[in-house]
Design a binder for this molecule. Sequence first.
Ligand SMILES: [Fe+2]
Ligand SMILES: [Fe+2]
Length: 264
Amino acid sequence: MKFAIVNDIHIGDYRPYKGIYRKNNLQAEKLLRNFVQKMNDSFMPDFVVQGGDMIEEANLAADKKNYKKGLAILSKLNCPVYHLVGNHELEYLSIKYLKETLKYRKLYFNIDCKNFRFIFLFTKRFYPARETKLDSLQLNWLKKKVNTDKKIIIFSHHSLVPVNTRKNFWFSKRPDLTFIKNYRQFLKIIAGKNVKLVFNGHLHWNKKAVVNGVHYITIQSLVENTSGKIKGPSANAFTLVSLNDNFSSIKTTGRDGKDYKIKI
Ligand SMILES: [Fe+2]
Ligand SMILES: [Fe+2]
């Protein structure tokens, strides 16, 4: 079976950070439409994952409008699309609004398909410390869901394990903003279970780590300008995954793309 991930689409205003236009926000809709066309015409996945940060936040009205623009483009896919919620969605949009708009009962859920269980997690922000965590209800739910003979693949917006952010444009000085605070609890829950692959976005780069035998794959943003220049082309990155019973082939397209073959 096959699936694709498109993440950190960031539809919204174009603005610099540390003097550099790293997100090509104004190209986001066009690149997303191209992605949809490629999926429908050639890759033909069983499903698509929208990995969070579909918008670049501005204010409540603009964010609602941009979120709906993204959903409308993705609705043209000939396959189901499953949505993760990213931190940029949570600046102005409420959890209630997101659930209603996505028609989801919860922002975490799973689907079973053939020999696989796909688990979608919600990395939620807690106030006032603005820490990102999996809440306790979700952890209890996860404990039940990892009890399966199926091979498990997990998706989340933030990393579920600490990562080295050295040389990351966004987070080199703030690694704490990239992974969930209660990762130890998460690792305890999945220890000895059938988890094979974990995918996340948020860091806007391609990187892989192995923790307790599980591959954690961070994937590049669709719109990141990786040229090193003040303005430059988009990475145009999305990720294509093919699975068979024992093997996965993972390809992140675009500038600085990556290819992995991982036994599962
Ligand atoms: Fe992002
Ligand atoms: Fe993010």
